[in-house]
Write a protein that binds this ligand. Structure first.
Ligand code: ADP
Ligand code: TRP
Length: 318
């Protein structure tokens, strides 16, 4: 699969059921890049990152399996892209350590995720504090030039960029400086409460939701009665239909939130149904997850090995 195309890499943590925010913000772009074929693509299950919040072995295995099935169900093809698990490539944690040694505490203390956790008076593990360095390692280990993500990950990519530049300054030109790829229109998909949709806020519409779940969740979307248009309903609806189609519908049902929610239920179900069916097909296959990860691990390990050897030589431990 090795080619001279530029590298693209992204990752998702196995921390819960993937939702439509993940899909429109990130996953859909993964499939598009696979289709256009401009890059050599790596899509990673960030299980070491997930350990910061998932601390039960059985649960971790199940969430990891669900994420592989998700990648397959949305259309990623292991013959065309590398689908792999972070923990299958030990060089990620090794490189994160090397980055730790050139990174200061005040710099990491400026990270949004750390500041938010501190503001909420959460107990912060060293893993959470150090999150941006492991993520920088994920990206830089593969010479990734492009990283498709949602808006909330922008700062993390800046950390990866800064780290590449700092390392290159100290040890000589070693890393490609990556760029984020964020689609402005879908950068932040709102949840059913109007905040950013997130697994951590219990406000998601799962990507493979059943019809009855969709009905329940859409009916629970918070509507504010001040405007003509139920904004939280519209912001989700516009992911599925063009403004051209939605404007007359929202005009016709002005003030009738129930009718608009019913229309959204139909559109969401039509959109989710084929993916839900593909998910069930892959889930019934008892070998596909292990085969996908085995194949991906071999490809990722091969590329990472070359890079980590270069880094070891650059810092003088080899
Ligand atoms: P969550 O916040 O639900 O835990 P993750 O951190 O696993 O989601 O995010 C996986 C990918 O999905 C990232 O690229 C992230 O930027 C994107 N993403 C997550 N939530 C949203 C959202 N509400 N809108 C757009 N993109 C999102
Ligand atoms: N931090 C990302 C998130 O929360 C997941 C992630 C881990 C990632 N490593 C990555 C994304 C490398 C892009 C590239 O969604």
């Amino acid at each position: 699969m090795e080619t001279d195309k530029p590298i693209l890499l992204s990752g998702i943590k196995p921390t819960g059921a993937p939702h439509i925010g993940n899909y429109f913000g990130a996953l859909r772009q993964f499939v598009e890049f696979q289709t256009i074929g401009t890059h050599q693509c790596y899509f990673m299950i960030a299980d070491y990152h997930a350990l910061n919040s998932v601390q039960n072995a059985g649960h971790m295995r199940e969430l990891t399996r669900e994420l592989v099935l998700t990648f397959l169900a949305i259309g990623l093809n292991p013959d065309k892209v590398v689908i792999f698990k972070q923990s299958d490539v030990p060089a990620h944690t090794e490189l994160a350590w090397i980055f730790d040694t050139i990174t200061t505490m005040p710099y990491l203390m400026r990270a949004h995720a750390y500041k938010d956790a501190e503001a909420k008076k959460h107990e912060i593990s060293v893993g959470v504090f150090n999150y941006p360095m492991l993520m920088a390692a994920d990206i830089l280990l593969y010479n990734a030039a492009r990283v498709p993500v949602g808006q909330d990950q922008k700062q993390h990519i800046e950390y990866a960029r800064d780290t590449a530049e700092k390392f290159n300054r100290i040890y000589g030109d070693t890393f490609v400086v990556p760029e984020e790829y964020i689609v402005p229109d879908v950068a932040v998909v709102p949840g059913i409460d109007g905040q950013k949709m997130s697994k951590s806020y219990q406000n998601t519409i799962p990507l493979f939701a059943s019809r009855s779940e969709i009905e329940e969740l859409v009916m629970a979307i918070v509507t504010d009665s001040s405007g003509d248009r139920p904004e939280n309903v519209y912001q989700i609806h516009r992911l599925l239909k063009s403004e051209h189609d939605l404007t007359p519908l929202y005009e016709e049902h002005k003030g009738k939130y129930k009718a608009l929610k019913e229309a959204l239920i139909e559109d969401l179900d039509a959109f989710i149904k084929p993916m839900r069916e593909r998910y069930a097909e892959f889930a019934a296959n008892t070998t596909v997850v292990a085969e996908t990860l085995e194949k991906g691990a071999a490809a990722a390990q091969e590329r990472a090995k070359e890079k980590i050897e270069e880094v070891r030589r650059a810092v003088g431990v080899a």
